[in-house]
Ligand binder design. Structure first.
Ligand code: ZN
Length: 235
C-alpha cells in the first residue's frame, strides 16, 4: 500500500531486520483486516451506515478515551474506509482536512477507530443522520473535521440541502419521496413533477442531475428549469 512509503526518508530496506519496515507491515496488515471486515459486513449494498472516526487515547489506570474527529455516511463501508486509509496515509499541509488529522495518528503506526453510529434505509436519511451526528459531537465539544457548509457550527437547518441530492438516482429519489418541480427562471412556468411519472419514461438508475441537464421547460424550452426541494425528516 502506498501510504507506508512516505515515512521512509532514507529508503531503508524493507525486510525483517528493519524495525520501521516491520511496523509498517503490521500497520498494513491491521488496515487490511479492518477493510476486509467492513467488506464482509452484512449491510453492504443493502442500506447505509453513518460512522465516526475516532482517535483512541490510552490513559493510565482509566479506560481508553475515544475522541471523534469525523463523521461519514456510505452504502459501502469497505470501499469508503479503504479510501480514507489511503488518503490518511499521505502527508498534507491542509490542517483543516480530516486527512491531516488521520495522518497525525497513522504516522505513529496507529489507526483511527471506525464506529458505526446508525443504520438508515435511504440516501437522504443517511445524509441527514450524518449532519445530526456531526452536530451532536460539536455540541459535546469535539473538533470535527467535516467541511460541508451544513456541518459547520450553527449552520445546520435540520434538512439536507438540495445540492447534496442531485447526485441521487431516480430510484433513490423515489425511495426518499424527493420533490422535483419545474420552476422556470425564464418564463415563470411552474409545475410539480411526480417522480413516479418520470419513472415511466426514464431508467431508474439515471441521476437527477442528468435529468436536470436534459429537461426542457414545456413552455419556453429553457434547460435550467428543474428544482429539487431540500429533504427533511417526516415530510
Ligand atoms: Zn420556461
Amino acid at each position: 500500500m502506498k501510504f507506508t512509503r512516505q515515512h521512509w526518508t532514507t529508503k531503508p530496506l524493507r525486510n525483517a531486520q528493519n524495525f520501521d519496515s516491520v511496523r509498517h507491515r503490521e500497520l498494513e496488515e491491521k488496515i487490511r483486516r479492518i477493510v476486509r471486515e467492513f467488506h464482509a459486513c452484512p449491510l453492504n449494498g443493502t442500506d447505509y451506515v453513518t460512522y465516526a472516526m475516532k482517535e483512541r487515547v490510552r490513559r493510565v489506570g482509566k479506560p481508553d478515551l475515544e475522541v471523534p474527529f469525523y463523521v461519514g455516511q456510505t452504502g459501502d463501508l469497505g470501499k469508503r474506509s479503504l479510501q480514507h486509509f489511503k488518503c490518511g496515509g499521505q502527508p498534507t499541509k491542509d490542517t483543516a482536512s480530516v486527512y491531516w488529522r488521520m495522518y497525525q495518528i497513522m504516522r505513529d503506526y496507529r489507526i483511527p477507530v471506525f464506529e458505526i453510529l446508525e443504520r438508515t434505509q435511504t440516501l437522504s436519511a443517511s445524509l441527514l443522520s450524518e449532519s445530526k451526528w456531526v452536530h451532536k459531537f460539536i455540541g459535546d465539544g469535539f473538533q470535527i473535521y467535516n467541511q460541508w457548509d451544513e456541518h459547520r457550527p450553527g449552520k445546520f437547518s435540520g434538512s439536507v440541502p438540495a445540492k447534496r441530492l442531485w447526485g441521487a438516482t431516480l430510484r433513490q429519489a423515489l425511495m426518499d419521496n424527493l420533490r422535483l418541480s419545474v420552476a422556470c427562471p425564464k418564463c415563470g412556468f411552474q409545475l410539480e413533477l411526480p417522480l413516479e411519472s418520470i419513472a415511466t419514461v426514464a431508467p431508474l438508475d439515471i441521476q437527477l442531475l442528468e435529468l436536470r441537464k436534459t429537461f426542457r421547460c414545456p413552455r419556453c424550452d429553457e434547460t435550467a428549469c428543474l428544482r429539487l426541494a431540500s429533504y427533511a425528516e417526516g415530510k
